[in-house]
Design a protein around this ligand. Structure first.
Ligand SMILES: Nc1ncnc2c1ncn2[C@@H]1O[C@H](COP(=O)(O)OP(=O)(O)O)[C@@H](O)[C@H]1O
Ligand SMILES: [Mg+2]
Length: 149
């Protein structure tokens, strides 16, 4: 377990950029925390580090979004796709199966980041990295806890 204190959005973005260096294909990162705790900001930082130019927004309504990672980075870390899932509005976790989640999660070319992963943990493979985001009494402060890494 590792604990990181973020003082503002920018620090969460750089924390994510740093975290991105350790990612490899097939990784599944569970993002846990209330609304507004910084999960999507973290995904933005990861996407930027992976050279994704498209802007990231929470896939709250479409549940799953997949981004191509530019070729130049591909050689270095073999990651071709970033999959961003937001399970917040998912009614039934089995619906993720229908959306083809098993194929995505088992791909060694894909890194998957899942917001509200606690809602779908029963259908996920075990032994993933999970990152917990907590708000504090300070408006722009977040406690970020990495488990299993
Ligand atoms: N230290 C911080 N880290 C991340 N976001 C922060 C921080 N301080 C303030 N914020 C703000 O909190 C909000 C986090 O939103 P978002 O990442 O969409 O949350 P979530 O996806 O967890 O619902 C943003 O408006 C962001 O500007
Ligand atoms: Mg979000």
């Amino acid at each position: 377990m590792k604990i990181y204190i973020s003082k503002n959005e920018k620090q969460t973005l750089s924390f994510a950029k740093n975290f991105a260096k350790k990612l490899k294909g097939g990784d599944i990162i569970l993002l846990i925390g209330n609304l507004g705790s910084g999960k999507t900001i973290f995904v933005k930082g990861i996407a930027k580090a992976l050279n994704i130019k498209k802007s990231i927004s929470s896939p709250t309504f479409n549940i799953i979004k997949i981004y191509n990672i530019p070729h130049n980075l591909d050689k270095k870390n073999k990651i071709k796709y970033l999959c961003h899932i937001d399970a917040y509005r998912l009614k039934n976790q089995k619906d993720l199966k229908i959306l083809g989640i098993d194929e995505i999660l088992s791909s060694q070319k894909t890194v998957t980041l899942i917001e509200w992963a606690n809602k779908v943990k029963n259908i996920l493979p075990k032994n993933n990295i999970s990152i917990q985001f907590k708000t504090t009494n300070n408006k722009n402060e977040r406690i970020i806890i990495i488990h299993n890494y």
